[in-house]
Design a protein. Structure first.
Length: 122
């Protein structure tokens, strides 16, 4: 099991958003997604988009759940556009087009993939 800077407890893992934010410092500079947990049926990471930035992602083969930790923006999922603010949850089913845009404040998004990101593509 990969847990980043978290603490492994058997098949469970404990980490904090602060650890997730710092996991890749000094490595992979410029990366937008920082995975900190991976098991076969789930992966989790922090996705960061700067104010005024562009979301380059394309649809994934896994279901996703986004939790907005900080920031303000708009998200379009399957042609429907809504605002996102801290506390917003966004579910995106596998293969559905989605983008964050009109990013007014730096977005920090906790992202959960089920199963783990990329596992269905293999």
């Amino acid at each position: 099991m990969t847990v980043g800077d978290g603490l492994a407890l058997g098949v469970q893992a404990v980490t904090t958003i602060a650890n997730a934010r710092s996991t890749d410092r000094g490595r992979g500079a410029g990366r937008l997604y920082h995975e900190f947990l991976r098991v076969p049926d789930l992966s989790a990471g922090l996705y960061v988009l700067e104010a005024g930035g562009t979301d380059p992602q394309s649809p994934h083969t896994e279901d996703e759940l986004y939790y907005v930790v900080t920031g303000r923006a708009m998200v379009t999922v399957a042609g429907e556009t809504r605002p996102v603010v801290p506390g917003t949850l966004v579910f995106v089913a596998a293969t559905i087009p989605h983008k964050f845009h009109d990013i007014a404040e730096r977005l920090e998004l906790l992202v959960l993939f089920g199963p783990a990101e990329g596992d269905r593509a293999r």
